[in-house]
Design a protein around this ligand. Structure first.
Ligand code: 5GP
Length: 136
């Protein structure tokens, strides 16, 4: 079982942002920017392009409202989507608010956030998503 499957199962705690039947989103525990979020399919596949089409095509649609909410909470030029995958063998995308290319470099020092800061970021993003839904 991958560490991300344990997070989905709730065996390892996470700052959950959103969940559907097929996907799960949560804050990266070693963020490179505030709002750095991971989106994962609820199936254990290592490489992103080995993910079955049905999951792969829907992943972006699941990520879209999350990315929009991150952009509202942490003003930036845009929220970018990146795949790396060299650390955890469970396909995932990183959503990262950026103003310049260097903002998405994984060599940058990771932010050290307290539990309270993580909870605040989690709540801010969830609140923005709820606001967006209530406008429909
Ligand atoms: P990658 O596999 O894309 O190179 O990196 C995996 C990402 O997952 C890293 O940004 C790392 O900080 C994050 N990560 C690794 N383990 C955990 C964990 O247990 N919880 C959370 N929330 N993030 C994790």
């Amino acid at each position: 079982m991958t560490i991300f499957s344990k997070i989905i199962a709730g065996d390892i705690p996470s700052y959950k942002i959103a969940e559907s039947e097929k996907f799960f989103a949560f804050l990266d525990i070693f963020p490179i920017k505030k709002g750095h979020t991971l989106v994962i399919p609820k199936i254990e596949v290592d490489k992103i392009f080995d993910v079955p089409d049905e999951f792969l095509s829907e992943l972006l649609v699941f990520a879209k409202p999350i990315a929009r909410a991150i952009e509202k909470c942490f003003p930036c030029d845009r929220v970018n989507i990146i795949t790396v995958g060299l650390e955890v063998p469970h396909a995932h995308v990183h959503l990262i608010p950026i103003n310049r290319p260097q903002d998405m470099h994984f060599d940058n020092p990771k932010l050290k956030l307290s539990k309270e800061e993580f909870v605040k970021i989690q709540q801010q993003i969830i609140a923005e998503m709820e606001k967006a839904v209530s406008k429909w």
